[in-house]
Design a binder for this molecule. Structure first.
Ligand code: ADP
Length: 334
């Protein structure tokens, strides 16, 4: 059937790369960022130079890696992928920079987690296409400037606030990616379904979109589970029953909150009864890193109006209480 022949390989990475839009025109949503990027790329093409360095900021799964690939693809340039945590020493970065081909696009994911010494090397590389390589040790040590090929850096971060300003200032453009609207997520699902050869009706698409946490990666992942559900149930067409069945099985709630989102809501509503809670307390209560809570969980819960960030901490709103089926205390701020 259509559903069984849909995919050869079923691992997450193969699946993601098969679904990645290859051009700005194919990229759904984020219209402001798309237009801004287009101007940078078009101007560079007219002047026959490498595009300015670009920083992409926003929660995971919103399309940062995809956009980096598009920048390279639209400019007809190769792409080099690396990430902050793998750059532990300036030497690691020097090795990457000195091996770039002219015009190459260098993508550094989680750029806020790069070593400090590498950060300083990157300033010079971004500005002058040059690195200073240290030769020797002690009093006799000298630094030798080494020219590198002109390149475009595309940095990605979930925490733009964590980047030192000298680094931030060296990007020609900083794009803040926003969570997607449901109608845009429905387009993401529709596009993925077509690519996978799935037949899925519009209500099923809407139900999945509504529970995708504003995130294309999650939309694609849920679509895959719904596809499984239909496949195992012997259905060739995906309708709302298959969508709801799979979503229920995987405990995706009405607003698309995941396990960690719900744990945080429970702590704020049940344990602290709507009183403000500090980030470190919250992190300990759910056994998760503060970073993850701040960059991944909170932005979505705030956007849904379920929690509020106040000067005294994080607290559940009346809508947050309602989502857990609880009555808010009468003195709750909102
Ligand atoms: P990030 O780097 O921000 O974590 P990715 O670029 O890896 O996110 O995107 C995750 C997945 O979501 C990819 O498989 C990609 O196909 C899909 N995706 C992201 N943004 C879009 C978009 N605007 N349109 C269609 N698919 C998208």
């Amino acid at each position: 059937s259509e559903l069984t022949k849909a995919e050869g390989s079923d691992n997450e990475l193969a699946f993601e790369s098969a679904l990645r839009p290859k051009s700005l025109g194919e990229f759904i949503g984020q219209s402001k960022v798309r237009n801004q990027l287009k101007l940078i790329l078009d101007a560079a093409a007219i002047q026959n130079r490498t595009p300015d360095h670009i920083l992409l900021a926003g929660p995971p799964g919103l399309g940062k890696t995809t956009l980096a690939m598009i920048v390279a693809h639209e400019g007809g340039q190769p792409l080099r992928l690396t990430s902050g945590p793998t750059i532990q020493h300036a030497g690691d970065l020097a090795a990457v920079l000195s091996s770039l081909a002219p015009g190459e696009v260098l993508f550094i994911d989680e750029i806020h987690r790069m070593a400090r010494s590498a950060e300083e090397m990157l300033y010079l590389a971004m500005e002058d296409y040059r690195v200073d390589v240290m030769v020797g040790k002690g009093p006799g040590a000298t630094s030798i400037p080494l020219e590198i090929a002109p390149f475009t850096l595309v940095g990605a971060t979930t925490r733009s606030g964590m980047l030192p300003s000298p680094l931030r200032d060296r990007f020609g453009f900083i794009a803040h990616l926003e969570f997607y609207e449901n109608q845009e997520l429905q387009q993401v699902i529709n596009r993925a379904a077509k690519k996978l050869g799935l037949e899925i009706d519009e209500t099923a698409q809407q139900e999945i979109a509504r529970r995708s946490r504003g995130t294309p990666r999650i939309a694609n992942r849920l679509l895959r589970r719904v596809r499984d559900f239909a496949l195992v149930g012997g259905k060739t067409k995906i309708g709302v029953d298959e969508a709801m069945g799979a979503l229920k099985l995987y405990e995706v709630d009405d607003l698309g909150l995941d396990r960690l989102d719900r744990e945080i809501m429970k702590v704020l509503v049940e344990r602290f009864s709507g009183k403000p809670v500090g980030l470190s307390t919250l992190a300990v209560a759910v056994g998760e890193e503060q970073d993850t809570i701040e960059a991944v969980v909170e932005p979505f819960l705030v956007r849904m109006g379920l929690i509020a960030r106040t000067a005294r901490g994080r607290q559940a709103t009346a809508a947050g209480f309602a989502h857990l089926g609880q009555t808010p205390p009468t003195n709750l701020l909102d």
